[in-house]
Design a protein around this ligand. Structure first.
Ligand SMILES: [Zn+2]
Length: 118
């Protein structure tokens, strides 16, 4: 499947975005935060991401190497995306596909990613 544009949001809707992603690239990660979050991720260049709402209503959680900014809504607590840089240093976003209403995560086959060992 080719990349498509989707809308995602936190639970309460304070944070909302549109993003172009390819769900064939979905990943599930075994790192400490993804285990607790239960997220399934797809990554996109930040240029394909547009934050429509909630720039001032997000927390910014960093851990381990502190390179990935975990963005969570300060009202409902849901982390709907994360920001970081790709291997070439370009800005990237990670989309929590569970926060994209048009995507049924149970119909995807996310590839395992060994984030715990990174
Ligand atoms: Zn919220």
């Amino acid at each position: 499947m080719a990349a498509r544009t989707y809308g995602g949001s936190c639970h309460c809707g304070a944070v909302a975005y549109t993003v172009e992603i390819d769900t064939d690239q979905a990943l599930k990660c075994n790192c400490t935060i993804c285990t607790k979050l239960g997220a399934v991720w797809a990554f996109a260049p930040k240029a394909k991401f547009n934050l429509n709402k909630g720039a001032g209503e997000q927390g910014d959680y960093l851990f381990n190497k502190k390179v990935l900014h975990h963005r969570f809504c300060t009202s409902c607590g849901i982390e709907s995306y994360a920001e970081g840089t790709g291997p070439d240093g370009s800005p990237m976003v990670g989309i929590n596909l569970r926060c994209v209403e048009a995507i049924d995560v149970d119909k995807l086959s996310p590839k395992p990613w060994d984030g715990r060992s990174q």
